[in-house]
Ligand binder design. Structure first.
Ligand SMILES: [Zn+2]
Length: 251
């Protein structure tokens, strides 16, 4: 029996995913967030009005501190999917994220495309990052987001074997290359509102770092996060992924 959450995910994947695969769309199915053909991952529960802001590719000493200030000014908590090698380089910043009440997740050690990576290296990427984060924070790491959203069943199985639940998203735009904070916020708002109309929580991706280098410019993403906090603070509840732990257990 499928739970409402699993049903929602399956309905989103369904026929289109199968057709994509039949058309030789391996990459399509491996990269498309709602596809369950490559294993199940948490996207969002059917909880209208909950909004999880998630930030990938940090910690970034150039922009994560500003982002923490923006979140603090709204009293909101978020989830940070950290690149292991950056966390190792910036342990004090990881501690600051935790101290502010946010949740950190595993985004691999070096951000490869895990759909194209041998299992033994996938295990190393995830385990090394998990161990580094746990050493810095003294807390278990419960969440894993595959770089680029790229996965196959073995990747998700390895993540679960290391005690982590795979997470994707349902609201994203090209914030890493878009110079206008207004346009980033506008595009994400349309997606958040659509999830809301359909009765789903929003799982929003923004980037406070970049996988190619430490210290990249993320001013537009941080400003867009501020705009979303302004827009939704009276209508939505900002949650970390820990608020959805029970939802994931129903999968
Ligand atoms: Zn990433």
């Amino acid at each position: 029996m499928l739970s409402p959450l699993a049903t929602g995910i399956a309905a989103g994947a369904g026929l289109t995913g199968l057709l994509g695969l039949a058309a030789g769309g391996y990459a399509y199915a491996a990269l498309w967030p709602p596809s369950t053909l490559f294993g199940q991952a948490l996207i969002a529960p059917p909880r209208r009005g909950e909004l999880a802001l998630t930030f990938d590719d940090g910690p970034n000493p150039a922009w994560t501190p500003q982002l923490l200030d923006v979140l603090a000014s709204h009293g909101a908590q978020a989830t940070f999917f950290l690149v292991g090698r950056y966390a190792q380089a910036e342990p004090a910043l990881v501690e600051r994220i935790l101290a502010a009440g946010h949740v950190v997740g595993n985004h691999s050690w070096s951000h490869p495309n895990l759909a194209m990576t041998a299992g033994v290296r996938v295990h190393l990427e995830l385990a090394q990052t998990r161990d580094t984060l746990e050493q810095i924070t003294g807390q278990r790491v419960h969440w894993f987001r595959p770089p680029f959203g790229a996965r196959r069943p073995a990747v998700l199985k390895i993540a679960r074997s290391l005690g982590m639940t795979p997470v994707l998203w349902n609201a994203i735009t090209n914030d890493w290359s878009e110079p206008s904070a207004d346009r980033i916020a506008h595009r994400l708002t349309a997606k958040i509102d659509r999830q809301h109309r359909n009765g789903w929580a929003a799982n929003v991706v923004l980037h406070d770092g970049g996988h190619l280098a430490l210290g990249v410019h993320r001013g537009p993403s941080v400003a867009a996060a501020g705009q979303l906090l302004e827009r939704y603070e009276s209508t939505h509840k900002f949650v970390t992924l820990d608020a959805w732990s029970d939802a994931d257990r129903r999968l």
